[in-house]
Design a binder for this molecule. Structure first.
Ligand code: CAA
Length: 294
């Protein structure tokens, strides 16, 4: 089955990126947000990204106009009724997802494929909110979506094999490299990444090294594009804390347990770059100042 008409539910940081890459890949895209101001914000960030690509010469103005023509924003869920695939990118709360999928299940054709961009919730549990568990998958993109080449494509024990292959091919059409993974909390990337990020906090807590030296070590010693504490600020401390708690709940292993410092920073609202403060202080965004633990 060729996936041509795509719906994206949620136009925040991840949703807007997904809508953009789908439209750039030639799909007809409808992106839905709950309110006009939120939709406007998401569409503006897509415009900004496209403008940057035109400025760099990666995209012609004609191609940008075609992308714009393939992308439509809405606040009405009903506008997703004719989609081949709906990708859900809303808040990571099961009751909200349940309500959304129950509504989408009635609005969309039984043939429509549903895919959640969740990073930590169970795909199987969400699939059972619908009458189409065979056509329900995970499609986990990475931030920033237009840049990161990976998509984890997650199947469940109830998944239809052919539809899974179609979805993997679709991820390839987006210019991404899809990887196959099953429905285990954290999939591949977060299963490996989250313990590493939590360990970086433990190294800081234990007084082994400073924020800057931990980050420089992994950047310069291992060739990572960002050090772990910079990456934590980038992903969001609240997000990481939330994912770690779900993983700990699933596996009951110490390596997924949040260090006390992470919990304290989340309690203080020091959630990273978006909050202006995390392991770095971003008062001067050009020169972030590392946290000093006394
Ligand atoms: N949107 C679109 N393009 C962006 C962008 C954004 N938000 N941020 C950067 N870019 C583009 C830039 O325009 C630039 O493009 P060109 O090479 O064509 O000029 C390119 O990315 C590199 O950007 P910069 O030179 O400004 O900065 P950089 O070299 O430091 O790269 C980065 C920035 C791509 C974010 C890089 O630091 C990186 O790869 N960091 C690691 C990110 C990462 O690990 N993401 C995964 C997080 S985990 C997750 O998302 C899943 C989860 O469940 C938690």
């Amino acid at each position: 089955m060729a996936i041509q008409k795509v719906g994206v539910v949620g136009c925040g940081l991840m949703g807007s990126g997904i809508a953009q890459v789908c439209a750039q890949a030639g799909c007809d895209v409808v992106v839905r947000e709950v309110s006009e101001p939120l939709l406007d914000k998401g569409l503006k960030s897509i415009e900004k990204n496209l403008a940057r690509l035109v400025e760099k010469g990666t995209l012609t103005t004609e191609a940008r106009d075609q992308v714009r023509g393939r992308l439509r924003g809405t606040t009405k869920l009903e506008d997703l009724g004719d989609r081949d695939l709906v990708i859900e990118v809303i808040i990571e709360q099961l009751p909200a997802k349940k309500e959304l999928y129950a509504a989408l299940d009635n609005i969309c054709s039984p043939e429509t494929i549903f895919a959640s961009n969740t990073s930590s919730l169970s795909i199987t549990e969400m699939a059972m909110f619908t009458k189409r568990p065979g056509r329900f998958f995970g499609m986990h993109f990475f931030n920033p979506v237009p840049v990161m080449k990976l998509v984890e494509v997650i199947r469940t024990i109830a998944s239809d094999n052919q539809v899974y292959e179609d979805l993997l091919a679709f991820a390839g059409k987006l210019g991404k490299t899809p990887v196959r993974t099953s429905d285990r909390t954290g999939f591949i990337v977060n299963r490996l990444l989250v313990p590493y990020l939590l360990d970086a906090i433990r190294v800081l807590e234990d007084g082994v090294a400073s924020v800057e030296d931990i980050d420089n070590s992994m950047k310069l010693g291992c060739g990572h594009p960002m050090g772990p504490l910079t990456l934590l600020d980038f992903v969001g401390l609240d997000t990481t804390y939330y994912i770690a708690n779900i993983m700990f709940d699933e596996f009951r292993e110490k390596r997924f347990a949040s260090p006390p410092l992470l919990k304290r920073m989340v309690m203080a609202g020091w959630n990273g770059r978006k909050a202006g403060r995390g392991f770095y202080d971003y008062s001067d965004p050009a020169k972030p100042r590392p946290l000093q633990l006394t």
